[in-house]
Write a protein that binds this ligand. Sequence first.
Ligand code: IPE
Ligand code: IPE
Ligand code: MG
Length: 245
Amino acid sequence: MNEGELLSRVDKSKLPRHVAIIMDGNGRWASGRGLLRSAGHSAGVKTLKKILTTAVNLKLEALTVYAFSTENWKRPLAEVDFLMHLFSEYLEREKREMHEKNVRIRFLGRTEDFSPLIQSQMRDAVELMKNNTGVKFNIAADYGGQDEIIRAAQKLARRVASGEMPAENIDAAVFESELDTAGQPPVDLLIRTSGDMRLSNFLLWQAAYAEFWFTKTPWPEFTPEEFIDALIDFGKRARRFGGVT
Ligand code: IPE
Ligand code: IPE
Ligand code: MG
């Protein structure tokens, strides 16, 4: 099916506003083919490019992808180095095209442990796309949901300690305004590839009422077609948010 036919299968009025993806299974996909895990990560970057293009064509409001968790530093140094190299290369290579597609990039997570080069590439990409009005594309890198919540709590504690506001002013909206996703809608649909059914510290706050969609397909084999299947399935879900329908 070509992209046009694929997109025509989607009822635009039932699309999620914010889709989040745990891009999992690169390593297992590669090992299963007798390749190095790094080959899986390279293949995964190609999938990401296709899925972002589909999100642009569908005019999704926000797409968040989990690229590197606060726990992924535990991996062998060679794998971490490879991932950093890939991240840097990806930003350098793709930022122009993203900009042309009116994508607005944002990074979720800590930044200080990345190399100075990567930190400057992240700042440059954000700066380049800061006035764009298309898909809000969030890359979660050195991201952990718990870490994000702790950082938000620290910022709020400082605001209270400085006398800017009383502690009683902290409500869900104020709390959200200190999260890395400030100003963006909550996650409607959370996809995880490669068979595991867990959050792995992703978007703990933002996914409070997300619909989950799991597939056994490893990330390197995930296609726009399957992405659209997930979106169509989302359109059939009954979301009650604690109420009754
Ligand atoms: C996801 O694939 C990419 C990152 C975590 C960076 P994995 O590397 O986790 O692949 P598996 O889950 O080991 O197969
Ligand atoms: C989650 O996948 C992180 C990313 C996809 C970037 P992991 O592969 O790190 O998660 P676990 O270890 O299986 O929970
Ligand atoms: Mg994994």
